[in-house]
Design a protein around this ligand. Sequence first.
Ligand code: HEM
Ligand code: HEM
Length: 176
Amino acid sequence: MTTRLQYGTPAKIFHWLIVALLAVQYPIGWLMPDIHPGMSPGASMSFHVSIGIAILVLTAFRLLWRVTHPVAPESSLPAWQRLSSEAVHWLLYVLVLATTISGWLFASFRGWSLSFFYLVPLPMLASGNAGAGRTIDGLHQATEWALLLAIGIHIAAALAHVFVYRDGVMQRMLHR
Ligand code: HEM
Ligand code: HEM
């Protein structure tokens, strides 16, 4: 398997599509009504879950793409930046998966039945279990904040490359 020097078009499309979905997913998560025992999910929750599942599926395909089409870090970077950028990128994958799976588990433990954008029924991962639901709620919130922190570090690094180092790292995710 050859290691490429540049991200290809699929990697860029996956990257910016998932950025756009996350940019709507957080506001929906914060603005949708709080959960009460016995409530059934409304429209905003249905969209939150559907967008979240879309993020999960796209991330799984993207990860598969990344593993089969490896891209080397920018060769002009010092070793510590090459290592730390790789570490943050893998952490982002892990935290997106952890956030989406914990959310899916939480919705499952509520005993809800949901559909993917009102189109097809969404398979649930477990049956209703209030106690497990409370534990998982904390996990979804913890992973959602850890992901936001990792995204903040990632964006700060991208901006540092644009405005401080003024190198070509940002261009790697834009165009050739
Ligand atoms: C990366 C994708 C996701 C992000 C960034 C995200 C983010 C959020 C946020 C910000 C909240 C509000 C919680 C709070 O008040 O702090 C929330 C709640 C919730 N999310 Fe997600 N979510 C994601 C994926 C999912 C998925 C895939 C599901 C289900 C299939 C889901 C189910 C829920 C449920 C049931 C709640 C309400 C429970 C609670 O308040 O914690 N989420 N999510
Ligand atoms: C405004 C927001 C963002 C900007 C400006 C940005 C910028 C970049 C840049 C310039 C790269 C290439 C870095 C390099 O070659 O070393 C990159 C890679 C990457 N970014 Fe972002 N990014 C943003 C948001 C996000 C978000 C929200 C995620 C979370 C899922 C993310 C996940 C990744 C991953 C995993 C890579 C590694 C390449 C890959 O596996 O396709 N980025 N980003």
